[in-house]
Design a protein around this ligand. Sequence first.
Ligand code: AMP
Ligand code: MG
Length: 404
Amino acid sequence: MLSVETAIKKLRSIVPQVKEYETVPLREGVGRTLKRSITAPQHSPPFDNSAMDGYALCGPNRIEPGTRFEVVGESRAGHPYGEQLDEGHACRIFTGAVVPTGTTTVVCQEDVLNGEGNVMVNRECVGMENIRKKGMDATKGMTIASNRDVLSPYSIGWCSAFGLTDIEVVRRIKVAVFSTGDELRDPGQQLQPGQIYESNRTALIALLQSKPVELVDLGQLSDNPDEIKQSLLSIAGEVDLIITSGGVSVGESDFVRPVLEEIGKLEFFSLALKPGKPLAVGTIENALFFGLPGNPVSTIVTYLLFVAPTVDSMSGIPWHRPTHFTAKLTTKISHKSGRREYQRGVFVEDNRELSVATTGDQSSNRLGSFKDCNCLIVVPAHRDDLEDGEMVDILLLPNQRSVY
Ligand code: AMP
Ligand code: MG
C-alpha cells in the first residue's frame, strides 16, 4: 500500500500541463488561468476625481476657517465642469466627478456653510485633500494580473475597470466520466430487484462543475471487460482525463484495473487510505486515467484528494494542499493504525476556537455522512484511536455555503 504522499508524488510526475489557449469574454473568466500577464492599458482612475460630495476650491495651500469662495459651477460624475477654476472660486463637486484644473483642494459639504452663490469653509483645509489622483489604483503599463494567475471575481472586476473585454486563458480540460456496475440505474429509471440508483457520476459531475473543464458524461458501463475496454479506448484520444468509478477492487466483477493494464499503463494502485484504498491511476494513450473506488464516499474523497488538484495542475495552477486548520476534537474517533483516514466532520467556531465532531457512522457507502459535513478530519496513518479533546487537522470542503 502506497502512502498518500507517495501516491501524490507519483501522480504529480505524470500530470501534464495543458499548453493550448483560447480567448474568452472577461466575464466568463472566473477560475480560468491566464496565458500571459496583463498590463494596465491606461491609468486608473483615468483622471483626478473627488472622493467626496463637496466643493473643489482654488485657494492658498492652507485655507483658514471663515474663508469664502464664490461658487462658479458644478462637476458631477460623468459631467465634468469644463472650465479652469481661478483663485477664490469654488465648484460644486460630487464623488467620482472630475476635479477641475486649478483646484487646490476639495472640502466636504459637511465642512462648509452655504451662502448666496458662495460657500464659507468652517474648518482649516490643506492642499489636495479628498482628491483621488489619476493612476492611484494603477498606472499605465503596470502588471494588473500575472502570467498563470487564476482569475477571481476581484481580478475580473479590476480588469473591467481598464476596459478589457476578452482574455487569453488556458483552454478547458476535457474530462470524460463513467460509472461502472451492473446494479446501477440513473434516477428517473425504474429499479429492478437488486438495483440501486447511481450517485457517483452525479456527484463527480457536480464537483467538476466548479472547475474549468469540458465534461463528457459517458453514462454507465456494465461489468463487462470488453465493453469497458471498447468504451475507454474510444474516448482516450478525445480527452485529457478519464474518470471511472467502481469495478476497481479485487472482486470477480472488478474489471477496470485489468483493462487499464491491458490497454494503458497502471502507475499505482492500492493506497494506505481510508476511504479509498483501491484507487487505480494510470494513462490510456495520452489521457490520464483515474479508476476511483465505487463506494460513494470513497469516490468523493479520492476525487478531492487526487482528481481535483490534477485538474487544477493541468490548467496551470500549482499543486497545493487543501485549505486546512487545526481544531479540537469533541468526539472520540476509533481508528486502527496503518491507513490515513479522512472522516467527515462538522466544525464550529466558538470563542475564537475551532472544534470539530464527526458526522456519525463513517462507513464508506454512507453518503449520509456528508450531511452537515463542512470538513474532512485527518486521522494520521500511524495513530490508533483519537481521543476527545485532541487537536486534529481538518480540511475545508469545497462548495460550502459562503460566509458572505
Ligand atoms: P465496486 O467498487 O464496483 O465493487 O462498488 C462498491 C460499492 O459501491 C458497491 O456497493 C456498489 O454498488 C457501489 N457503487 C459503485 N458505483 C456506484 C455508483 N456509481 N453510484 C452508487 N453506488 C455505486
Ligand atoms: Mg461494481
